[in-house]
Write a protein that binds this ligand. Structure first.
Ligand code: MGD
Ligand code: MGD
Ligand code: SF4
Ligand code: MO
Length: 589
């Protein structure tokens, strides 16, 4: 807990969806990174700077022709109808009153990760709206961790700082958590990734694995761990269930057979053990391993490997993922929605009223064509801080107050420090915060009000959460059933990889819309191509890059066209997206 920030009423939490959850200090009309916040360590990043430059929404609009684009031309602007905030709220209430509640969908994204973003849930649940379940992000992986050890919390940040070797496994560590990386940048790194990412280039060893073969690599590593006498008997005896079964899985195939399927040489596995043997090891696990149908199983195999070599419950090292940041806290926004649908599978067309908060599904959700067709067929309310590709399809646009003018608190999915947000700029009277909107709607429907904002925030500020990463019992995975993409992939098909980019935060800020291919693809930089999959197709400009694995096509997350290709079905267990469970074709356009 960062006690300094509680006293300092000029602190501001970065609201962006990022592991670091930094805290800034607002002084003389400027934000500076808080030096007292251990992870922020006095620095902010390019995305925070982008956020400060945003053209925040200050007006409500009706959009009769659904033509409100991000960069409005003069012509388009004329078609928009500016209305007062009061009018927009009246329309919202009237729409809610005249819609059968279960035909209203409450769709919340992760444009702002402050806890107060959850307050509208309390209204929509009492009202009876359909909610989403699962996510576009970490769902399968969290589910896999939960199945093995009943939680998905990260160890304390000090464990990372005290480790000697850090394995970035399907995680773009230096880009997606730049401040956490800064705390440990002088350690020895190993990277497991099909792409030569910046962290791969800084690593002692890069295992350039074939996509969706991480569970095979984990089994191979388990085999070697046994040969190296590295199993942690103490942990297995005291906390483990099914370690023998798990080891049997690892023994089922000849060791050499893994070389071809994973693309990792046995030589490199030997090097891997030379590096980690006798060392304090951390695994920074990322989204990359689990963007697949069996993402939960894959993650659980990796975590079982980590348990086998004894990374859990130690005073240094451990396994980090997108941690469950709310673990150990009471939920002040507890809701029991009557009806839920899986987030990636939402069919907007089947709702009469769509309420979108803090999200940009036209870019972020899989199967863009399907998303757009759905939005065109229903009445869409967009509640956000900026216009985006989704607000173009909104009938009603309601501006949310920006992060500098509403109170909030962030707890992080990367570490245990909190960041507190105070009101440092007076809010624009034409905007409304999530908390205010909730109270307004509760009032309009004569529902019970939620607690005072300060009371909610004080609870989160003062609550102390400790010892949540301890693993009491560990259930090793005992059975694996995974369909390999390499078995269905035809010669002329590509794996489709997407990963985050330094200069943008998911769909926020400017995107890079190219497709990156290896020189051996035969395409040239500047070629115009059509990428197609079972789910859709789109045009891209090619950029040739040696860092991409040969049979992979790579796009940065936030690319405006990439989700035309992705699979909108849910993964096997977590109602979540599986962006990479797809194979694609490329042709010149
Ligand atoms: N700058 C910046 N930071 C961000 C974000 C951002 O948009 N921009 N987004 C934030 C959000 S919402 C999240 S959830 C986190 C996510 O943070 P990360 O987990 O780091 O997410 P990705 O960038 O998707 O990184 C996934 C990595 O996995 C690799 N990969 C892909 N397929 C496979 C595979 O089959 N096996 C293996 N081993 N690797 C694979 C990719 O090449 C990529 O390097 O980052 C957060 N931080
Ligand atoms: N192909 C592919 N697709 C992906 C990913 C990938 O790796 N590959 N990554 C996925 C991941 S990990 C994630 S987390 C999702 C993220 O996808 P989304 O949940 O759609 O998040 P953002 O793109 O950040 O959407 C942000 C929108 O939220 C609004 N917003 C910002 N701040 C506030 C606020 O304070 N209040 C309100 N009401 N609105 C606000 C802004 O208008 C902004 O346009 O994308 C997913 N999509
Ligand atoms: S590193 Fe992440 S949390 Fe920190 S300022 Fe940048 S976007 Fe915000
Ligand atoms: Mo995410």
């Amino acid at each position: 807990m960062n006690s300094n920030s509680i006293l300092n009423n000029k602190s501001v939490a970065c609201p962006l969806d990022c592991f670091d959850a930094c805290e800034a200090i607002y002084e003389n009309k400027k934000c500076k990174g808080n030096k007292e916040h251990k992870v922020t360590n006095g620095k902010l990043c390019v995305n925070f700077a982008n956020l400060l430059k945003e053209d925040f929404l200050k007006e409500s609009y009706l959009n009769p022709e659904k033509t409100l684009a991000k960069n409005l031309t003069a012509d388009q602007k004329i078609k928009l109808e500016k209305i007062s905030l009061d009018k927009s709220l009246d329309i919202l209430v009237e729409k809610l009153e005249n819609t059968e509640p279960s035909k209203t969908i409450y769709y919340k994204g992760s444009g702002n990760l402050g806890l107060m973003q959850s307050s509208p849930k309390t209204f929509f649940s009492k009202y009876g709206a359909t909610f989403t379940k699962g996510d576009l992000c970490e769902g399968p992986g969290s589910n896999g961790l939960n199945k093995g050890r009943k939680h998905s919390s990260n160890p304390p940040i000090q464990n990372l700082i005290d480790s000697e070797i850090i394995i970035a496994w399907g995680r773009n560590f230096s880009i997606t958590s730049p401040h956490m990386y800064n705390l440990v940048k002088d350690k020895t790194f190993i990277t497991i990734d099909p792409i030569k990412t910046p962290i791969a280039k800084k690593s002692e060893l890069h295992l350039q694995i074939n996509p969706k073969t991480d569970y095979e690599l984990a089994l191979l590593l388990t085999r070697f761990a046994y040969m190296e006498d590295m199993e942690d008997e103490e942990f297995i005896q005291n906390h483990g269930h099914g370690a023998d079964w798990f080891f049997d899985l690892a023994k089922q195939r000849p060791v050499v057979s893994y070389e071809e399927t994973t693309g990792v040489s046995l030589n490199d596995i030997t090097k891997f053990y030379e590096l980690i043997k006798g060392k304090k090891v951390s695994i920074m696990l990322g989204l990359g391993v689990q963007k697949y149908y069996e993402g939960s199983q894959i993650t659980r195999v990796i975590d079982s490997y980590a348990a086998y070599i004894g990374l859990h419950n130690k005073s240094a090292g451990g396994v980090w993922y997108i941690g469950d940041s709310t673990n150990g806290y009471e939920n002040k926004f507890e809701v029991k929605p009557k009806k839920t649908v899986s987030l990636p599978e939402v069919d907007f067309a089947s709702y009469d009223l769509v309420f979108i908060q803090g999200a940009n599904p036209v870019v972020s959700s899989p199967n863009t064509q399907r998303v757009i067709e759905g939005l065109e067929k229903s009445f869409v309310v967009f509640y956000g801080t900026t216009l985006n590709e989704t607000s173009r399809y909104a009938d009603l646009i309601i501006p949310s107050s920006d992060f500098l003018s509403k109170k909030d608190i962030r707890i992080s999915y990367g570490h245990e420090l909190k960041a507190i947000s105070n009101v440092v700029i007076k809010k624009d009277e034409n905007t409304i915060s999530e908390y205010e909107l909730t109270q307004y709607l509760n009032n309009a429907f004569s529902f019970e009000k939620i607690k005072e904002e300060d009371e909610i925030l004080d609870y989160y500020k003062n609550a102390r959460v400790e010892g949540i990463s301890k693993i009491e019992t560990f259930e090793f995975i005992e059975e694996i059933e995974i369909d390999n993409l390499y078995e269905s992939k035809k010669e002329d098909e590509y794996y489709f990889i997407t990963a985050k980019r330094k200069e943008n935060l998911n769909s926020q800020f400017n995107s890079d819309d190219s497709v990156y291919l290896h020189p051996k693809s035969g395409f040239k930089t500047g070629d115009k191509v059509i990428l197609s999959s079972k789910y859709g197709k789109a045009f891209f400009l090619v950029s040739i890059n040696e860092d991409i694995k040969e049979d992979c096509a790579f796009c940065f997350a936030g690319n405006k066209n990439s989700n035309y290709l992705s699979n909108h079905k849910s993964d096997e267990e977590a109602d979540s997206a599986m962006f990479q469970e797809v194979l694609i074709h490329i042709e010149l356009s």
